[in-house]
Design a protein around this ligand. Structure first.
Ligand code: NI
Length: 170
């Protein structure tokens, strides 16, 4: 396993639509290694999610995990995802991104959704999620469509450096 370089905003790969993972690709050794490396990279960077375009790979794959969140969000590998938002108001919450270091801002997201995808074995992954996990999934799915959280912000005045905002008690 290896820690991969994380692509920063400005790199075109972050603005491209990623390609679906094919059935043959999904079971390949190289794809398994990519997943393992992405998990290592996410953990090393202390992120809660990482999408393949963020390591320069234009495939519809992301991983997420938050061991610090209460309750903890288990490690999940998501391939070729589709989401269906559940009815309800959008909720604002803080987001940052490993490809946009040191900043965070308030982003409106669906409060709950249904996720349908494949897991790393190629089996079905279907779950209903809400709260922080739903936020992570929406953030990471956006990466697969060339969208970053800044694009979703409706009020850029909340954007700031984590170091400064956390000092102010947020
Ligand atoms: Ni991100």
């Amino acid at each position: 396993m290896a820690v991969l370089p994380i692509v920063l905003l400005g790199d075109p790969v972050l603005r491209q639509r990623a390609e679906p993972v094919s059935a043959s690709e999904l079971t390949s050794r190289a794809f398994g290694k990519l997943i393992d490396d992405m998990i290592d990279t996410m953990r090393e960077a202390q992120g809660v999610g990482l999408a393949a375009p963020q390591v320069g790979v234009g495939l519809r794959l992301f991983v997420y995990e938050s061991r610090r969140h209460e309750p903890p969000i288990p490690l999940t590998v998501v391939i070729n995802p589709r989401i269906s938002p559940l009815p309800g108001d959008l909720i604002f919450g803080w987001e940052g991104c490993l490809s946009i270091p040191d900043l965070k801002g308030l982003v409106p997201r669906h409060a709950a959704l249904e996720l349908a995808a494949f897991d790393r074995g190629g089996g079905p992954l279907a779950k209903r999620v809400e709260g922080f996990e739903a936020r992570i999934i929406q953030h990471e799915l956006d990466h697969l469509d060339g969208i970053v959280y800044l694009d979703r912000m409706t009020d850029l005045t909340s954007l700031g450096f984590v170091e400064v905002l956390d000092d102010e008690g947020d």
